[in-house]
Each structure stands twice: as structure tokens, then as C-alpha cells.
Design a protein around this ligand. Sequence first.
Ligand code: NAD
Ligand code: DAU
Length: 352
Amino acid sequence: MLLVTGGAGFIGANFVLDWLALSDEAVINLDKLTYAGNPENLQSLQGDARHTLIPGDIGDAALVTRLLAQHHPRAVVNFAAESHVDRSIHGPGEFIQTNIVGTFSLLESVRGYWQGLPPAQKEAFRFLHVSTDEVYGSLAKDDPAFTEASHIEPNSPYSASKAASDHLVRAWHHTYGLPVLTTNCSNNYGPYHFPEKLIPLLIVNALADKKLPVYGDGQQIRDWLYVKDHCSAIRRVLEAGRLGETYNVGGWNEKANLDIVHTVCALLDELRPRADGKPYKEQISYVTDRPGHDRRYAIDARKLERELGWKPLETFDSGIRKTVLWYLDNPDWVAHVQSGAYREWLQKQYQS
Ligand code: NAD
Ligand code: DAU
């Protein structure tokens, strides 16, 4: 079985759902259920004995040690993190606590468990750490895409905390021999994406007749990957990745934010036209830029393709259409995540 952490969040939930659709290997899902962790993402697994959701913190060493001893996982896949850059700017403390101190504690609990395994299980064990392209910092317009050899130059409290966690994972391999793998992925989008992030925020705001906030000039570039392609990359690295290595994961889909906004607006014009017949792009509103906003990310994913034969299946056109349709088909999910805490966040960030 697998121990997945943060598996009630956006990517973790997609990973657990896909994992159990493809195999019968059970999953223990340890999640602190912060504002971003949503058991409703896993509703389709209710009553499925292969999945157990355990509310708890990766930094709770006693709990993690007990779960490892009780369930004997062959691998740990670590998604648990504070993940939103804007929140890290307003309040970096939780990011330091979960992403750095929590990862340290998890590594120590896992090391204790791994060291006590019989030789064959010890050899087969894996700790896969899910990280981000943001650890590499920002690219200029004509710079080559980030490779695994790019400098680590994080610019936000979020990316600095993720870079620190990547360094800890690396050190636990080199110093203690812990069999680790790290993936550094670009921007994901798809079902169950919490609507504080750009793409789901645009869809939800557009349908609610609210403003579509574009930071600065909207010319910042991100490299977008459909979430299920990220999940397939993680499965492939878990299966065949070389120990101690990092693998960049990306969609070869560089887009300026304003292009993303226009694409989402055009899809909504087609699929759910506004009652007054006007285009959704009329709701676009330029707002103050994010402090320290990284200008461009781009991932060179050739190592993963060359060594492990991974390629994304979705194009941006197919993935974004599926995503918009998913939000249109799931108004209850959207309504339920728009809690009081969510409204407070919008108020703080956009003074709306
Ligand atoms: P998310 O914020 O949607 O989910 C994070 C999950 O972790 C939530 O379920 C939350 O409850 C849980 N969590 C938070 N603190 C915890 C703790 N201390 N102990 C246990 N659980 C805790 O994030 P996401 O977008 O799904 O990202 C998952 C991982 O992938 C993160 O590590 C993130 O850095 C990384 N990543 C995200 C993207 C992206 O585009 N979203 C891209 C690359 C990498
Ligand atoms: O690159 C991978 C990273 O992608 C992950 O590590 C992070 O966890 C994930 O949140 C994401 O970070 P970004 O900061 O790139 O994503 P976000 O959706 O917050 O913003 C995408 C771009 O859109 C970014 O340039 C900021 C801009 N933006 C965002 C919001 C929320 C806007 O213009 N308006 C907005 O309201």
C-alpha cells in the first residue's frame, strides 16, 4: 500500500482517484484538512475499503510513526504543503511550518520506519516528494526553459519553503541513504482546483458576474499542465525513477496570463453565454501586481521523457475545455468550497 500525504487537496485528490482507478493497491491518505483540503474531492471513494482518509499533520511524528508501523506502506508520496503564493505573501508562517518543519518531521518519521524494514522491503521502499518549478526562480523572455541543473533561486516565501524542503529531501538521501525521488512540476489545472488559483477563480468569478482580476500587465508566463498528466508523471517516477534524482514535469504549454483569461472567457461564451449576450471578457479588471511576481516559468521535461518515456496526453485546448466543463457540471462542489473562510480570503486579497 501507499501512504499519500495531502491527498485531499487538488493534485493529491486527483492522484488518489487515478491511482485507485488504475490499481487495487490501497491508499492511506494523511491530510490536515486545511482550507485547501476537501474530503468532498474524494466522495466517489466513500465505502471503498482501498482508501482511508486520516485527518492529521505530517509534522505529527507520533501519528506518522504509528501509521507507518500499522500499515507498512511500500512508498510515501508527499503532496502535503501550503501551496498558494499570494497567501505566502500575506502570512509566511504556515508555509515555513508545513513545507519546511513538516517535511523535516515527515522525513525523520519515514527514516525511522525505513531503517527498520527487512532488507528486501528496505530496498524496494520509495519516498517521492512533489515539488514545483517555482524553486528555480524567474526566467527572462528568451532564456532557455528550466532543466534539473538550473540554479535554485526561489523568490516568494512559498517557493523558498518548497526549495528548502527539496534540499532536506536531497540531504536525507545523501546522508542517510533514504531512497528518495523529487518531481518539480509547472502550473497544474483541472478538476478540484481550489478557486483561489487563477484558472478556477476566473471560471467561478465569471459565472458569478464578478470581476476577473489580472495582476499587473497580465504578460507573466506560466507553463500549464493538465493535472492528470502530472499524476501520470508521478506514477512513472515512482515506478522507475532513479534514486536521489529530480525530474522536471511540464506541459510544453507556455501561455501569458492574459491569453489564459481570454481562452477561459471564450470557452464560457460558447458553453454558458451571459444572459445579456455580452462577452465575459468585459469582466476583466487589471489590479495591483503581486509583490515580487515571477515573470516567466518554463519547464524542460526532456529528462523525464528520455529516461522514463513520459509525455503529457492532453493539449492545452483539450485540457482547458475539460476543465471548464467540469466546473459547469459541478456547481455544488463550487458552492461548498465557497465557505466563510474563502470569502474572507477574497476580501483580504482583492478588497472585493
Ligand atoms: P493544495 O493546496 O490544493 O493541497 C494541499 C493539501 O495538503 C491540502 O489537502 C491540505 O489540507 C494538505 N496539508 C496542508 N498542510 C498539511 C500538513 N501539515 N499535514 C498534512 N496535510 C497538509 O495544493 P496542490 O495544488 O494540490 O499541491 C500539492 C503539492 O504539489 C504541493 O506540494 C505543491 O507545492 C505541489 N505543486 C503544485 C502545483 C500546482 O500547480 N498546484 C504545481 C507543482 C507542484
Ligand atoms: O508553477 C507551479 C506553481 O503554480 C505551484 O507550485 C503553486 O502551488 C501554484 O499555486 C501555482 O503558482 P502560481 O502563482 O503560478 O499560480 P496562481 O494560479 O496563483 O497564479 C497564476 C498566474 O496568474 C500568476 O502569474 C499570478 C496570476 N494571477 C493569479 C490570480 C490568483 C492573476 O493575474 N490574478 C489572480 O487573481
